[in-house]
Design a binder for this molecule. Sequence first.
Ligand SMILES: Cc1cc2nc3c(=O)[nH]c(=O)nc-3n(C[C@H](O)[C@H](O)[C@H](O)COP(=O)(O)O)c2cc1C
Length: 206
Amino acid sequence: MDTVLIDGIVYSLKDLEKDCWIKIFNGALRAKDPFHNPVVSNVNEHGINSRIVVLRKADVAKKTIFFHTDIRSGKWKELQANHKISCLFYDMHGRVQIRIAGSASLHHTDNIADEAWAKSSMSSRKIYLGKESPSSKTTTPVSGVPAEFETDNPTEQESEVGRKNFGVACITTNWMEWLWLNSKGHRRASFFYENAILAQQNWLIP
Ligand SMILES: Cc1cc2nc3c(=O)[nH]c(=O)nc-3n(C[C@H](O)[C@H](O)[C@H](O)COP(=O)(O)O)c2cc1C
């Protein structure tokens, strides 16, 4: 049998691939979605660096996913040096893990960054107002955000100071892997993309 039954629904490999992208797309829409906070990893001169981010957007047709970050952050500089990146999602209730690998393009002064900034809330913008770069050493434990904005959000005009520090990372997927944990036997599948077109799909032994 070349299908899998999950919660009464029969999935072919093609169905599964579509379902993965629906899950990722939804993850960007809702803060409480299990896929809203993936772990993103890249390589740097010391090895591998991983951290949680907020999934901001997924473009299903282009197989791209987006997160926002400070262009002064370690990850931005590391991704400038090496654009290879992976992204890890887990839905504890659905017991589904999705892994993505691809390359990151970095957007700072273009339309992609302008549009994302325009849509950002004032509470999101305020973290870009700090004078010191993320990861700067401090003598006391501080947020880095100017004191006047620790409790209150900046006005839109005040927030514009942060635009120069704001960037968008876009991950273009070239590999995706799905794993479903199930007491009657786990299931696993992989998908390869070439220029956003599904080029290969396989069931795998979990
Ligand atoms: C729930 C959660 C969401 C986060 N979202 C982001 C994010 O969208 N962008 C970001 O740059 N950092 C985010 N962070 C902070 C990163 O995990 C990380 O600590 C920070 O970006 C510094 O990483 P770096 O030194 O590798 O650049 C988030 C952390 C948590 C716990």
